[in-house]
Design a protein around this ligand. Structure first.
Ligand code: S3P
Length: 171
């Protein structure tokens, strides 16, 4: 099946949103940031506001709606939110019709370095809980991934070219 979508998954701070436009440019694809789509559908102005005005379940339902809306998309790089892997139907919808799932594997120390202002990430506020979540999710990201790249110590250009090479050999 020809490559229709690249789905970037990984923990908060793994670089999904900043890598998506670069990768899209290299592939001649468009890109979409799932968190921005969620905010646009929420009536709120930020992820933090969705969590505080509503709750985590409402956020996850919006996230699932966005994943469903991307089911038949093509020529698209999708930067997902870190928790998208929590519902398996999200991954089925996103990968439907020629999607390749790329896991940006990043150490927890690097996540903290990349997100110095954790106030915009509701699930990064409590460091002990965040590290527990990180450990719980790691095997799930690996399980969902078609391709895994480690990101620590690499700049966005290097990562982008690594992923393009891996995508070429994956097909
Ligand atoms: C979340 C990650 C965030 C955002 C929300 C929940 C998570 O996206 O979707 O705060 O559950 O890991 P990023 O991974 O883009 O920070």
């Amino acid at each position: 099946m020809p490559l229709a979508k690249v789905i970037l998954i990984g923990f908060m701070g793994s670089g999904k949103s900043s890598l998506a436009p670069l990768l899209a440019d290299s592939l001649g694809f468009d890109f979409v940031d799932a968190d921005s789509e969620i905010i646009a559908r929420s009536g709120c102005t930020s992820i933090g506001e969705i969590f505080s005005r509503f709750n985590a379940t409402h956020f996850r339902d919006l996230e699932a709606t966005v994943a469903t809306s991307l089911r038949d998309a093509s020529s698209l790089v999708i930067a997902t939110g870190g928790g998208v892997i929590g519902r398996s139907e999200n991954m089925q919808n996103l990968a439907h019709g020629g999607g390749v799932v790329v896991f940006l594997e990043t150490s927890f120390a690097e996540v903290l370095r990349r997100v110095p202002d954790r106030s915009s990430r509701p699930l990064l506020g409590d460091l002990v809980a965040a590290e527990k979540l990180f450990r719980e999710r790691l095997p799930v990201y690996r399980e969902c991934a078609d391709i895994t790249v480690t990101t620590d110590g690499k700049n966005q250009r290097e990562l982008c070219s690594d992923i393009i090479t891996l995508l070429e050999s994956y097909q």
